[in-house]
Ligand binder design. Sequence first.
Ligand code: ARG
Length: 469
Amino acid sequence: MADDLNKKTAKGQSMWGGRFAAEPGALMQAINVSIGFDQRLAAQDIRGSKAHSDMLAAQGIITAEDRDAIHTGLDEIEAEIAAGTFPFSNDLEDIHLNIEARLKEKIGEAGGRLHTGRSRNDQVATDFRLWVRDHLDQFDVQLTTLMTALLAQAAKNTDTIMPGFTHLQSAQPVTFGHHMLAYLEMFARDRDRMRDCRKRMNESPLGAAALAGTPYPIDRDATATELDFARPMANSLDAVSARDFALEALSAASICATHLSRLSEEIVIWTSAQFQFITLSDAFTTGSSIMPQKRNPDAAELVRAKVGRIAGALISLTIVMKGLPLAYSKDMQEDKEPVFDAFEALDVGLAAMAGMISDMTPNKDRLAAAAGAAFSTATDLADWLVMKLNMPFRDAHHVTGTIVAMAEKQGVTLDELSLADMQSVEPRITDDVYRVLTPLASASSRTSYGGTAPSEVAKQVKRWQGELG
Ligand code: ARG
């Protein structure tokens, strides 16, 4: 089989050009090698090996001296990696073999005992789980930072009036604080999803060995505990071949990235000359090399785009995993790069968004003017007709439509239209109606639970301040 493959690749070489060296072995290495990317698992690999060797010694499978030598060697390796002096080698394929070979160079025979009762299959599953878990913890912190930034803007703007939109058409006045809290709620659910994912994934594959377990008297509870897992995974076949933890993390990351993308889009729109709803400082904008007047919201645009690679990673890994039989297949080496790339993108996206939210200044005058435009209080007029004149809502809708048309013709806002004009459409209207026609009155009247009234927004701000501390 291997010979077959080698013959085929050898023949194909001339067509592939000079990319690969002459020997078929070089092709095998080129497709097999993963050290270029899986060296990111070094810290987790060392942590796992320390836990494994502790357990082997505690169970009398290796001596305490060997365990101590292994720990010392691993500490040195960790220091070499941190210093950038570790001799990473493609010949040694991946991070696991690189570290193990270096350990043997350093401590000799004891290094060869580390892999007792373990396989690279449970080793890589453990390392990758630890890496994903570390990043979920990091996202938890980053999401909290972003939520705190949104909350601070909400607290400052509980009564800052702005237009609320449907179909990106002015709909009804809302408060800027309310808009900020809408995103806070979304990111809170993202944080919950990640916490939920972390909880489900927090089981240890270590000790599943190649696929079937091991005859050595290992203690999987001990390694699970040392690595802060809740328990060992209960099925060795599942332990080495499950990657749904990564899929689930990517799916939570993808949903979070869609939220970041939506908020980014609002920032892009809001900073445009046509809207001017907010201002971003130089810290988050760039100039144009040719148009001196420009101030581009590049950071927001890049965050808006990150969802592409993050959701792409989810699709990529889903398709790698589909159709794989139990247990480990080398396909699974393709699990890491999408996750590394996606998580790096989410990391920078969350950080940039938290920065922009803290940085931005709402332009209250522009927001208020826009809130009053486009007859945004027409619903309030209709509601007034229903509540004060007991008119059926459908009739009130019609009367309001006629009054809006009149205002439009005169080029005035609803609260600028004369009472006489309104009475020409519906004689029972009194000047009490002006109480509800300003954007602030409109927003302030929406006191239903979760509504946009400043009083309601202030309550939600208070609730979140209690939760976020
Ligand atoms: N580099 C491999 C991976 O990431 C490690 C596991 C190799 N296992 C094997 N049976 N060849 O999947």
